[in-house]
Design a binder for this molecule. Structure first.
Ligand SMILES: [Zn+2]
Length: 422
């Protein structure tokens, strides 16, 4: 059976990625961190400085009494874009090579039914962001896309979303590659949100965690052994369509009793609407009269205020989700479960119900140190994760040399006989 073969990373990519992770570091510490000979570190550092991707600077007096030269990435040597598409919202962020946000933009969307229109719009908005930031197109090193439906990650195409038929087998990645002439990666929204949490959120110290997005649907990103686990076809973590016994509601996927029909935001809102209409919940009745609708956030707020019917809805939904998550916790033994998405606006009672059910149903060993928390990145999680999706790929040991060769005019002294970066 064919298994993944792991190439040994090159010395320059190891050194570069340590500098990237540390922010800034001196040569002595680099020798200690890598275990390479001093001469190897020196050679690689000098080579990378010559390309212009890293620089050596004198720290300010107050920062370091020894005042050893510090090596850091030249932040504006290049940029990446993170695009996060929701059902009604589009977020685009421009990051420098240190993943500092340079510019960001958010747009409300009527509908994402038409892929041709949506992709044209996104491309236009990326072009606008680049021109506002006054950077040249060639300085764009990559684009990461997080879209709200299943995707074939390896081919860069969207798969068959039952409610968005026009997106079936749509060549998303190729459209952006053709327009921007830079590397592009497409992944689903929960996987990029997991990446956002892994690098910039509360899960930064976790090597194994689960990110669960609860909004209009329910999905889950599995971050296992330091990377996103996507499965054979890229659909790993599609837990919204795990069917629960005794549930009878028809799901848009065609199955009956799927988790997302009873625990996602629309189901919480629908149940809230019912108790508002019957008058069982006076708080929600007032909300309905005022806003002509009831949202999952309204139900959460009513529950926080002690409304018994709202409380029951929130607890039941949290319990149903917790029941499925307990199985995942037993199966994958994550160190943390991070809950994100619109439902976090329902308040902490929902989280408590999830936590209670996981602790009740999962094994002692799997829950003893398990943390179950809401994300604190909120809406930033998606675009940051999309940016991470691409920047981690272009600087991976597999792509590092190609990225550097493609972006810099490598001086002759640093080329071998075939013009390759030494
Ligand atoms: Zn379903």
């Amino acid at each position: 059976m064919r298994k993944t073969s792991y190439e040994s990373p090159s010395a320059d990519s190891i050194i570069f990625n340590i500098i990237r992770n540390e922010g800034s570091i001196n040569r002595t510490d680099l020798v200690a961190n890598t275990g390479f000979a001093k001469s190897t570190v020196s050679l690689q550092i000098n080579k990378l400085i010559e390309t212009g991707i890293i620089q050596e600077i004198k720290p300010k007096k107050s920062e370091n009494t020894v005042r050893k030269l510090q090596i850091e990435i030249v932040p504006d040597a290049g940029y990446v874009i993170g695009v996060f598409l929701g059902i009604h919202r589009l977020s685009i962020s421009l990051f420098n090579l240190r993943m500092e946000t340079i510019l960001e933009a958010v747009y409300d969307l009527e509908s994402i039914l038409n892929p041709e229109f949506i992709n044209r719009l996104i491309i236009k908005k990326i072009d606008l962001l680049i021109s506002e930031a006054k950077i040249q197109k060639k300085s764009l090193w990559g684009i990461g896309l997080g879209f709200p439906f299943p995707v074939d990650f390896h081919q860069g195409i969207s798969e068959a979303p039952p409610n968005l038929p026009l997106w079936h087998q749509y060549p998303v990645q190729a459209i952006y590659e053709n327009h921007f002439s830079c590397p592009v990666l497409l992944d689903n929204d929960v996987n990029v949100m997991a990446l956002g949490e892994a690098y910039s959120g509360i899960a930064q110290d976790e090597n194994d965690f689960i990110f669960v997005k609860v909004g209009n649907g329910i999905g889950c990103g599995l971050f296992m052994e330091g990377r996103v686990y996507r499965g054979a076809k890229g659909s790993a973590g599609d837990i919204g369509h795990i069917a629960l016994d005794r549930e009878t509601k028809l799901c848009h996927c065609g199955n009956i009793g799927c988790l997302e029909t009873i625990a996602a935001a629309p189901s919480i809102a629908q149940k809230g609407l019912e108790v508002a209409m019957t008058g069982d919940s006076p708080i929600l009745q007032k909300k309905l009269a005022k806003n002509h609708k009831v949202t999952s956030k309204d139900v959460g707020e009513a529950a926080q205020m002690g409304d018994m019917f709202a409380l029951r809805i929130i607890k039941e939904s949290g319990k149903n989700l917790g029941s499925v998550l307990a199985k995942l916790v037993i199966f994958a033994n994550p160190g943390m479960v991070v809950i994100g998405g619109g439902v976090t606006k329902s308040g902490t009672l929902y989280l408590s119900a999830i936590r209670e059910e996981i602790l009740r149903k999962a094994t002692h060993i799997a829950t003893i140190d398990l943390q179950i928390r809401y994300t604190d990145l909120q809406d930033k999680c998606g675009p940051i994760g999309s940016g991470r999706l691409i920047i981690e790929d272009i600087f991976s040991s597999r792509n590092f040399t190609k990225t550097i060769e493609g972006k810099f005019n490598i001086p002759n002294a640093l080329q071998d006989n075939n013009g390759k970066f030494l």
